[in-house]
Design a protein around this ligand. Structure first.
Ligand SMILES: [Zn+2]
Length: 535
């Protein structure tokens, strides 16, 4: 079947628009004026009159956590809470609404948003006020810091003397557990919450997939698999794709911090796993070098300007990072490493350079986040062709804290996304959902204005780092496809490319940028078929 889209403003690729296009068997067949395309019409063809509406290639979120997004949609939402009392109240409400639950997983608190009561991190005894009988784990918005109630700490086996490599367990000077843990220790703590059945997991995953399709995202590069139990997760995600229940293109970003698990992956899933090229791809190895800026766990090269006792947390030591990287590289697996602080970026660049030994970065190894950077590091990223998966929407919060955390000087060369884009870097855009909502328009707004959602600061934070709408769309579509080696088939609306596109309710290229976050998707098409239509 063919579908003809006519009378629109169709963005084909950077700087190029057309009025009409035809889709055939999942691909773009032709583009041109309405007159040209309509002359090819056959009786059985479907015609969609766009009435002047703007069309883009489907968005490609280059780094998120689809399953966690589904979990967050089904957990106790702590986003925007303004006090410790409020997060306690929300937990109590969640508990009374959900009847008999075996545990509570809350997500999204941020101590910087607390305005009343004690302005500190939540603690074990705060959560004990919600319940002492079931485990409760509250993750900070960044996912790198969490707090558990007494029951959760017990069930996770975290005791006064427990040590967890690559993570921290906070204790009072007397050695009493506060309930707060970071990095690798958060996974251990999370194990106290009862496990979901496979069917529940698949449902939440599909729920999140449908949600992002409604926002115009047609491809995701998603980090959902990690650790020892990796095979189970690979298997149920594969089932979702084999059952064809989710028309969302998916590429793995599997995470192994321990080389023994990665070796086991290489012996099993890597060799035998089945992949369905168009919709379900093998993907990259995702590593974590550090944490988050908000939680002061991002690894800086110097002490934090607002906390001279810490430089952040190292989730992997340099030699571990390099060994994992080398092993992946030898197997032609692209590696992408989470690095937020300049100390982490430095380690990642060193590891990549040590292994690549001056050779071209043909596997497109990259850095996820790449926020706090020096000028010298930016130059190395460009020179070595390191791919960068950026989240401009993080600025909504970070622009308020970055100078405090790292000082004026380093802040100047940080979040330098346009600097990289203009120098031809492979820089793509994502949201890291559920850290931020997966909404692409809030992200484009942040890339284009460099302001928070209230319009602060006037003129934008570091105005030279503003991108144009066209550049941000390019980074969100074509560059995302490049990041997954599919730039010849995805991310543009030219003949031979996937028929993945979105119809918008307003023209983001001409509206007041302040209006961009309000943009809604009216139709999402994947593989030439309508997969979402706004009621
Ligand atoms: Zn992430």
């Amino acid at each position: 079947m063919r579908t003809l889209l006519i009378n629109g403003k169709i963005y084909l690729e950077k700087g190029r628009f057309e009025e009409a296009l035809s889709l055939k068997e999942g691909f773009v067949e032709s583009v041109g004026t309405t007159e040209m395309v309509i002359t090819t019409r056959r009786p059985q063809d479907e015609v969609l009159d766009l009435g002047g509406k703007t069309v883009l290639p489907g968005f490609n979120d280059s780094h998120l956590h689809l399953f966690l997004l589904g979990e967050a949609m089904n957990s106790c939402n702590l986003n925007g809470a303004t006090s410790i009392d409020e997060i306690i109240e929300r937990g109590k409400t969640y508990l009374s609404n959900s009847g008999s639950v075996k545990g509570i997983h809350g997500r999204g608190w941020n101590q910087d948003f607390f305005k009343t009561g004690e302005l500190r991190l939540p603690r074990r005894e705060d959560l004990d006020l919600i319940s002492a009988d079931i485990p409760i784990v509250y993750e900070r918005v960044c996912g790198h810091v969490a707090v558990g109630n007494t029951k959760a700490m017990e069930m996770a086996g975290i005791k006064e003397d427990t040590q967890i490599p690559g993570g921290t367990i906070e204790r009072s000077p007397e050695g009493i557990l506060s309930g707060v843990v970071t990095e690798n220790a958060t996974y251990i703590l999370a194990k106290s919450i009862s496990q979901k059945s496979k069917a529940e997991k698949k449902n939440q995953f599909i729920q999140a997939g449908k949600y992002v399709l409604s926002q115009g995202i047609t491809s995701v590069q998603s980090c959902d698999v990690s650790g020892e139990d990796f095979q189970k997760t690979f298997d149920w995600i594969r089932e979702v794709y084999e059952e064809k229940t989710l028309p969302l293109r998916y590429r793995h970003q599997f995470n192994f911090q321990e080389i023994k698990n990665f070796r086991r992956y290489l012996e099993t899933e890597y060799k035998n796993g089945k992949y369905l090229d168009g919709f379900y791809q093998k993907g990259s190895l995702k590593l974590f070098k550090d944490g988050s800026l908000g939680g002061r766990t991002a690894l800086l090269s110097k002490f934090y300007a607002d906390d001279p006792t810490t430089k952040g947390v190292e989730a992997l030591e340099d030699h571990e990072l390099q060994d994992l990287f080398r092993l992946a590289h030898e197997h032609s697996i692209p590696v992408i490493t989470h690095a937020i602080g300049d100390g982490a970026v430095e380690s990642v660049l060193n590891a990549y350079e040590n292994v690549l030994q001056g050779k071209d970065n043909t596997l497109r190894h990259g850095i996820v986040h790449n926020q706090i950077t020096t000028k010298e590091q930016l130059d190395r990223i460009v020179k070595r062709d390191i791919s960068v998966m950026a989240q401009p929407v993080f600025l909504d919060y970070d622009l308020h804290i970055v100078k405090k955390r790292v000082g004026e000087e380093l802040a100047k060369t940080s979040y330098a996304f346009n600097t990289l884009y203009q120098q031809g870097s492979l820089i793509s855009i994502g949201t890291d959902a559920p850290v931020e909502d997966s909404n692409p328009f809030r992200n484009i707004y942040a890339a284009v204005t460099r302001m928070d959602h209230t319009g602060y600061p006037e003129g934008g934070y570091q105005p030279k780092e503003r991108m144009t709408v066209g550049e941000a769309v390019d980074a969100y579509t074509y560059q995302g496809a490049r990041n997954q080696f599919q730039e010849d088939i995805k991310g543009k609306l030219l003949p031979g490319y996937y028929g993945d596109l979105v119809v918008l309710d307003r023209d983001i290229f001409t509206i007041d940028p302040a209006d961009i976050p309000n943009t809604q998707v009216t139709i999402t098409i994947v593989d030439g078929k309508v997969v979402y239509r706004k009621e």
